[in-house]
Design a protein around this ligand. Sequence first.
Ligand code: FUL
Length: 488
Amino acid sequence: MHCKRIRPRRVGVALITAALGLSAACAPAPKNEAHGNRETVEAVAPVPSAGQRIWHELEYYGFIHFGMNTFTDREWGEGSEDPKLFQPTALDCRQWARVAREAGMRGLILTAKHHDGFCLWPSAYTKHSVASSPWRGGKGDVVRDLSQACAEFGLRFGVYLSPWDRNCKLYGDSPAYNEYYKKQLTELLTGYGSIFEVWFDGACAEGPNGKKQVYDWPGFVQTVRALQPQAVIFSDAGPDVRWVGNESGLGDPTNWSMLHRERFAPGVADEKQLATGHEDGPHWVPAECDVSIRPGWFYHPAEDGKVKSTEDLMRIWHASVGRNANLLLNLPVDRRGLVHENDVARLLEFRAAREACLRTNVALGAAIRATAERPGYDAALATDGDAHTFWAAPRGARAAELEVTLPALRRIHRIELREPIELGQRVKRFEVDLWKEGAWVTVASGTTIGRRRILEPGVLEGSRFRVRILDAREAPLLAEIALYAPTP
Ligand code: FUL
């Protein structure tokens, strides 16, 4: 998510850290109240805030890259483009939202301003916006249209406001530009209803005065906290959601939702560490995987035949949602102002493929026993199909085995494990075995689990499966064990 050509300088890390301390990520850990012979399962810190818990449940949502670059066939504009070039012929945000909804997405994040500085809403602080374009006689507002369409189609709405602005004359005059940026952020966060995610890019450069801009990240964070306290803030450094370290949509097989947030700043990324997170990180900063459905983020007619295949999208799905991350899939809206029909068709195929892949959970309600369990948290809670109930190992345990017995031989092709992350992410290492010809054979293994871990062991046949948790930070908990049959 950061500039590849412009390496941002480390800016105000101490101040950023102070601002991050304001994060909603430090919500009190929830507890399971004891009743009857049911013990309490205490959370292991850190845990997600209320806003982050909602965000985790969204799983899959869309990015919309649309703006001046759409009309100039570029990825990064110069900032000197004539606003008259912005002339969509059939712009329809309801189509974007309908497509997203039908694709199974749960929200959309719009590039309200990209690096070229052109604003998709009529900002009071610049003329470089839709108000100066011929589109709808200068009376249009894409941010308004999309926020309303999202509300109509039951989607959450989020904004990307590039801090790097190649049009604004104030850029490089750091305090003045920071005020300008906060005013624009305020317009977006006060004029368009509820915002679920604010996406901060770390790109940073020199302004027309030859000076490098120093961003006021603490001030930007405070602006969001004050105006949309439930929104999560994304950047390389969180504070609430972190970049996964690549733009290919791929999470790491080891993916902790915890991070030493104080070691990072927006635009200052150690990609490997962002990919894995930190097992001992004191802050809850889960990973988001961003990737475009086409090679570019913005629309280019030459890429109409280069929409990612359903197989590619399935691979991305398994490596993001299936590895304890959320997936932010970009749709480059075209010059008409529509999601192109090739992308629409692929999104629907992708949805059908996902649903077919995880349609039949043969472990649902199956017999299960654990080598140990805490009173009130028995193993059957891991095969009840309810991710809010869970099996718990006894206090002090760091390992355990759970064996699922199916009523008959079944073919399976996916194994899914879930931890109840509201009580903290715990599992460090696990293996899954299949009983075959009188012996246990290991068919899958991994490190972290987190909210969802989906494993692809190939097509297996059996009736007895065993999950062995080999190590954990605290007594392990499992919300679900699912075994999916291939669709015939
Ligand atoms: C990057 C930007 O430079 C790209 O143009 C794109 O917006 C991507 C999501 O983030 O940092």
